[in-house]
Design a protein around this ligand. Sequence first.
Ligand SMILES: *[C@@H]1O[C@H](CO)[C@@H](O)[C@H](O)[C@H]1NC(C)=O
Ligand SMILES: *[C@@H]1O[C@H](CO)[C@@H](O)[C@H](O)[C@H]1NC(C)=O
Ligand SMILES: *[C@@H]1O[C@H](CO)[C@@H](O)[C@H](O)[C@H]1NC(C)=O
Ligand SMILES: *[C@@H]1O[C@H](CO)[C@@H](O)[C@H](O)[C@H]1NC(C)=O
Ligand SMILES: *[C@@H]1O[C@H](CO)[C@@H](O)[C@H](O)[C@H]1NC(C)=O
Ligand SMILES: *[C@@H]1O[C@H](CO)[C@@H](O)[C@H](O)[C@H]1NC(C)=O
Ligand SMILES: *[C@@H]1O[C@H](CO)[C@@H](O)[C@H](O)[C@H]1NC(C)=O
Length: 532
Amino acid sequence: MLSIIVTIAIVALVCKADKPNIVFIIADDLGWDDVSFHGSDQILTPNIDLLAYSGVTLGRYYSHAICTPSRSALLTGKYSYKIGMQGYPPLTMSDDRGIPMDLKLLPQYFKDIGYSTQLIGKWHVGASRAEYLPTNRGFDSHFGHRGGYMDYYEYTYEELWSIGHVSGMTLFRNLTPAWDVEGYITDVYTDHAVSVIKNHDTSSPLFLMVAHNAPHSANDGALLQAPPEIVRQMRHVESPERRIFAAMMKKLDDSVGNIVKALHDKGIIHNTIVTFISDNGGMSYGQFNNFASNYPFRGIKLTPYEGGIRVAGLLWSTNLNNTSHYWDGYMHVTDWLPTLLSAAGVKPPPDIDGIDHWKNINSNLPSERQTMFEIDDTSEYASAIYGDYKLVTGDVDKGYGIHQGNNLTGIIGKPPSYVKAILDSTMYRVLDSIGLTFNTANLSLRNNTTIKCDVSSVPLCHPSKETSCLFNIKEDPCETRDLSATYPDLVLRMQAQLEQEVKKTIFRKGPVFRDPLSAPSRFNYTWDVWVK
Ligand SMILES: *[C@@H]1O[C@H](CO)[C@@H](O)[C@H](O)[C@H]1NC(C)=O
Ligand SMILES: *[C@@H]1O[C@H](CO)[C@@H](O)[C@H](O)[C@H]1NC(C)=O
Ligand SMILES: *[C@@H]1O[C@H](CO)[C@@H](O)[C@H](O)[C@H]1NC(C)=O
Ligand SMILES: *[C@@H]1O[C@H](CO)[C@@H](O)[C@H](O)[C@H]1NC(C)=O
Ligand SMILES: *[C@@H]1O[C@H](CO)[C@@H](O)[C@H](O)[C@H]1NC(C)=O
Ligand SMILES: *[C@@H]1O[C@H](CO)[C@@H](O)[C@H](O)[C@H]1NC(C)=O
Ligand SMILES: *[C@@H]1O[C@H](CO)[C@@H](O)[C@H](O)[C@H]1NC(C)=O
């Protein structure tokens, strides 16, 4: 009897110790062309790049085109339109809405199997009621902002109501406004993440999500914000706005390096999976422009073109097998939930849209995902990916739907040295000290992750509510050549597929609803919960 108990205890101990820690880092409105592992010489992100080169770059990683839908899909493993969280506009702070309470979220799954679950940063999937908040949905703690973005220094968030701008503080420590905090928010979140890792009790595995505000724009009137001394280091960037954006990216890249260093200092780096993704494409143009670039992809955030939904993604662990450091398969934001559960040795739930890629990424096998859908029933556009083909239909803003970003990437003089940036990075030293020393030959991987297209002087296909455009996104990733007249049968078949999906779409109210009961002036000028 005693020996059975002892055996069970040992098995339990071993299982617990075996579970990998997971550090999930999310960038906000980061464009395809805003990381140097995709080829940018203008914005150097050596720490992120080294994670990509020494882990696995997810070359065809897709998300939804907007924050609230992406984050809802990430947390539930379901397409946002099936849970009423799709489309434009994303959630405001004055709208009484959140991910439906009957859905189990990613952190809850990890909490159930013994993880310590911590959220730092953005939530944006419901904050009007206490029940919608992270600490009621599987996170042991939350330090961060509850809405879409905020001022990088003041932590204020503004909405334009009929009475004018309405502003309030939106940084919280669990249920309490964090009035005591000072500093640039990217640094503040990084320091907090480092301290969570440092103080982590390793008797349980850690699930840490770091959802940065960066590089999203802040409020109207002060859209781009970075410490002036970092902006001064970006004088090679021609566009004055993008110079500030580049400094915001430098802070984000430093954050990634410092977080991985903290894992190393804690002695848990060999049993930790690190991911880095963007929630959607960059906003190069239009309202809340952050001067991000998705070039050479077509389209920006809020569009179903590749620039809106095909985004930076990577997975890193020292235990990954068989890595050619690049995975070419389709992966969708809904796939993280089953993939990470699988990495933790847990069978994923059956009733989701996500697909478990853990084994296939590890063995460098093709993806089991064939299709991906993007449906926004308020803007009234949709896209369907099926194998090599993509159908785009509906009402997509034409200004948003062209090849934006090219005019942002100008460099004054010579670009800074990429190799030097790599060798000087925190990540380089961390990899070196764990025996993953990098040589410049390893940088040839950069060629594989860089996409080049000729997008000059082509008349682009723009769809309408009655017409569709069809692209071969494997051969023509920049969506320049419409094939709908060449493959009319395929168009019909994909339209039928899309209509099946549209039938599953849960209606959500739109457009924007501003409930005056949410007014920050009622809550000491904070955007606190306002529905009892
Ligand atoms: C990699 O392969 C080794 C040996 O086959 C195995 O023990 C380990 O679990 C594998 N790692 C992953 C992440 O699958
Ligand atoms: C990178 O590209 C080269 C040349 O096109 C190719 O030989 C190699 O297999 C690619 N590597 C990966 C990891 O895709
Ligand atoms: C490595 O990949 C090959 C196919 O690419 C596969 O046959 C093999 O099982 C993989 N090894 C591991 C340890 O995953
Ligand atoms: C860049 O070019 C695009 C496309 O022509 C245009 O819409 C946008 O206003 C330009 N942006 C800047 C900053 O010049
Ligand atoms: C760098 O490339 C060498 C082969 O040239 C390889 O042995 C090594 O594992 C690579 N380093 C990393 C960190 O991928
Ligand atoms: C990438 O490929 C180009 C040729 O297409 C070559 O000139 C360059 O040296 C390669 N870069 C790396 C880092 O391998
Ligand atoms: C109200 O807001 C101020 C900052 O404007 C803060 O110092 C104070 O602690 C807040 N009061 C309460 C009760 O939270």
